[in-house]
Write a protein that binds this ligand. Structure first.
Ligand SMILES: [Zn+2]
Length: 73
């Protein structure tokens, strides 16, 4: 079964799982401090992607996708 095109997919390489988490990050070398880039993650890849960003001090927060979308209005 193909995923619903409206369903956000995990950002991990090769992963086609539905995203459950939003990782908000910022690279201070290229982004202004308020700017937020986002990666999406499934349950399986949340930790892996968080570590990747955390090691670089880019990670700002990890928020459930539902909550993130609710914030957006
Ligand atoms: Zn994944």
């Amino acid at each position: 079964m193909l995923p619903d095109p409206e369903t956000p997919i995990c950002s991990a390489k090769g992963c086609r799982a539905a995203a459950v988490w939003v990782l908000a990050w910022n690279n201070p070398k290229v982004h202004t401090p308020e700017r937020r880039k986002t990666w999406l993650a499934c349950d399986e890849h949340r930790e892996h992607l968080s570590q990747f960003l955390g090691m670089r001090d880019f990670l700002k927060e990890v928020v459930p996708l539902e909550e993130w979308e609710a914030r957006d209005g």
